[in-house]
Design a protein around this ligand. Structure first.
Ligand code: KIV
Ligand code: NA
Length: 275
C-alpha cells in the first residue's frame, strides 16, 4: 500500500470511499499494521492504559508520547501516523500548545497531531494549523476530560448536545482540521455530523454512517483483558492464542521436549576434562 496524503482525506470523503484506522504504540505492532490494508495508525494516549497500566489517560506525558510515537513511525512507513497530544500539553495557552505540537512533529516525524475538544479549542487548533502542522480533531466522548462529561458514556444523546456536536464539527473544519474523530455517539447523530462537514469523520462507537472506522488494536484483536466496550468487535482472540502458546512452551520445558536438536547448536566439541 502507499501512504495516504493530506489531500486524500477530503478526496476519499468526496468519492464516498471508506477507510480504517487503528492504534499502535510500538515497532512490532506498527509493522504488522503496515503489512495490512489499514490506512491510518494512531499513537493514542490510550497507551496510558494499554502500555503503562494506568487507570486513565491523564498522567500520560509528552515524553511518554514521543517515546511511543517514534518506533511506530519507524515500523509503518506506508501508513499515515497520528500523534496524540496528551492531557496538559495544550490546555494552558496557544503558545504552549504550538510548542508541544512542534515537539511531537520534530522529534518523531509523524504526519499530524490530534487533540480533544470542540469550539473551546478553536484558538489552539488555529494556532497549530498556522504553525504548519496537520491537526486531527476529536469530539464526542473525550477521554482526557471524561470526568467532566459525567464519565465514559454516550455523548450527543439530546437535541441540544447533538446540536453542539454539529457546531463543534463545523467550527473545527473552519479552524483548519483535516479530519475529526467522533467518539461514542448515537449513529443518527454521527450521520448528521458526517453530513455537516466536508472533512472525514472518523468514528469510534459512532455507528456505520461515518467516513472511517476507528478501533484500538488491542481491543479488536482480543488482546486486552476482559474489558470490552459495546462498540468493540473482536476480530481475533489473540490473548487466548498467546496464553496457549506460553503454556505449551512451559509444558515442553518441564517435559524436556524443548529444545529438540532442531533448536540447539549440535556441533561436537572435544571438552577438556576439568571436573
Ligand atoms: O487514545 C486513543 O486511543 C484515542 C482513540 C480512542 C480515538 O484517542
Ligand atoms: Na486519545
Amino acid at each position: 500500500k502507499t501512504k495516504m496524503t493530506i489531500s486524500d482525506f477530503k478526496k476519499f470523503k468526496q468519492e464516498g470511499k471508506k477507510f480504517s484506522y487503528v492504534t499502535a504504540y510500538d515497532y512490532t505492532m506498527a509493522s504488522i499494521i503496515n503489512d495490512s490494508d489499514v490506512e491510518i495508525i494512531l499513537v493514542g494516549d490510550s497507551l496510558g492504559m494499554i502500555m503503562l497500566g494506568y487507570k486513565g489517560t491523564e498522567s500520560v506525558t509528552m515524553d511518554d508520547m514521543i517515546h511511543h510515537i517514534r518506533p511506530v513511525v519507524k515500523g509503518a512507513p506506508n501508513t499515515w501516523i497520528v500523534g496524540d497530544m496528551p492531557f496538559g500539553s495544550y490546555n494552558v495557552s496557544d503558545e504552549e500548545a504550538v510548542r508541544n505540537a512542534n515537539r511531537i512533529i520534530k522529534e518523531t516525524n509523524c504526519d499530524c497531531i490530534k487533540l480533544e475538544g470542540g469550539v473551546e479549542m478553536l484558538s489552539r487548533i488555529q494556532a497549530i494549523v498556522r504553525a504548519g502542522i496537520n491537526v486531527m480533531g476529536h469530539i464526542g466522548l473525550t477521554p482526557q476530560t471524561a470526568s467532566s462529561l459525567g464519565g465514559f458514556k454516550v455523548q450527543g444523546g439530546t437535541p441540544e448536545s447533538a446540536k453542539k456536536l454539529i457546531e463543534d464539527a463545523i467550527a473545527l473544519e473552519k479552524a483548519g482540521c483535516f479530519s475529526i474523530v467522533l467518539e461514542c455517539v448515537p449513529s443518527m447523530v454521527a450521520k448528521a455530523v458526517t453530513e455537516a462537514v466536508s472533512i472525514p469523520i472518523l468514528g469510534i462507537g459512532a455507528g456505520p454512517h461515518v467516513d472511517c472506522q476507528v478501533l484500538v488494536t488491542q481491543d479488536m484483536l482480543g488482546m486486552y483483558g476482559d474489558f470490552k466496550p459495546k462498540f468493540v468487535k473482536q476480530y481475533a482472540q489473540i490473548r487466548k492464542t498467546m496464553v496457549e502458546a506460553l503454556n505449551e512452551f512451559h509444558r515442553e520445558t518441564l517435559e524436556g521436549e524443548f529444545p529438540s536438536p532442531e533448536f540447539s547448536f549440535n556441533k561436537e566439541v572435544d571438552i577438556p576434562k576439568l571436573y
